[in-house]
Design a protein around this ligand. Structure first.
Ligand SMILES: [Zn+2]
Length: 205
């Protein structure tokens, strides 16, 4: 009997991979308001996640920048597809580290499904954070009014959907040693401009 248990244990251990099914990846679909023109994952030909990341509940909204210069003639969709490949191949992350990306024209793209916690190269734990990333380097360039409008509209939508207080809208550098989201974008968080615009939007809806 003892020997049987041992054999069974060895057998189950060796065949464990075959016995346990792959983790199921659930993609939460959000109901965006009409004013938010979001490019869906399907539209930019997202390659579905094959490994589930940590599931989480959103309690904060955190703003990032990509931190690399984005040439105006570069195709944002191509850039997102490249970022997805890099995230998986180089970082071994299940997907792009952010939940949303905003391009130089203010167009919003869905990236990692929001029900899965993001990833970071820095020391904070992004569990519970909805991560929005502006393409480009905001140490060098200023965000445009279109980008700020999209950022405010998306943040307000997420704050409403997940009941996130305006005080929990912050920048990456509020949590970790980093320049992210870049001084020219961070100043609008630091002086409360973005939070105030989100609060005004939530009040008038
Ligand atoms: Zn960041």
């Amino acid at each position: 009997m003892k020997r049987f248990s041992l054999l069974a244990f060895v057998f189950l251990t060796l065949t464990g991979c075959a016995i346990h099914p792959k983790p199921t990846v659930t993609v939460v679909k959000l109901n965006y308001p009409a004013e938010l023109q979001v490019v869906t994952r399907q539209e930019w030909r997202w390659i579905p996640m094959t490994a589930a990341a940590r599931e989480h509940t959103i309690t904060k909204i955190t703003i990032h920048h990509e931190g690399v210069d984005f040439p105006p003639d570069k195709d944002p969709v191509e850039s997102i597809r490249t970022l997805q490949k890099w995230s998986r191949a180089e970082k071994n992350w299940p997907d792009i580290p952010y939940h949303f990306m905003i391009d130089l024209n203010g167009k919003i793209y869905e990236t990692r499904p929001i029900n899965y916690a993001g990833d970071t190269n820095t020391t904070y734990d992004p569990t519970g954070h909805a991560l929005i990333c502006l393409m480009g380097n905001y140490e060098n360039i200023e965000p445009t009014e279109n980008q700020l409008n999209s950022l405010v509209a998306l943040t307000a939508f997420l704050a409403k959907t997940y009941n996130v207080p305006v005080s929990e809208i912050k920048g990456h550098k509020d949590y970790a040693e980093t320049l992210c989201p870049g001084k020219n974008l961070y100043k609008f968080l630091q002086d409360g401009t973005i939070q105030k615009r989100v609060a005004d939007k939530l009040r008038t809806e």
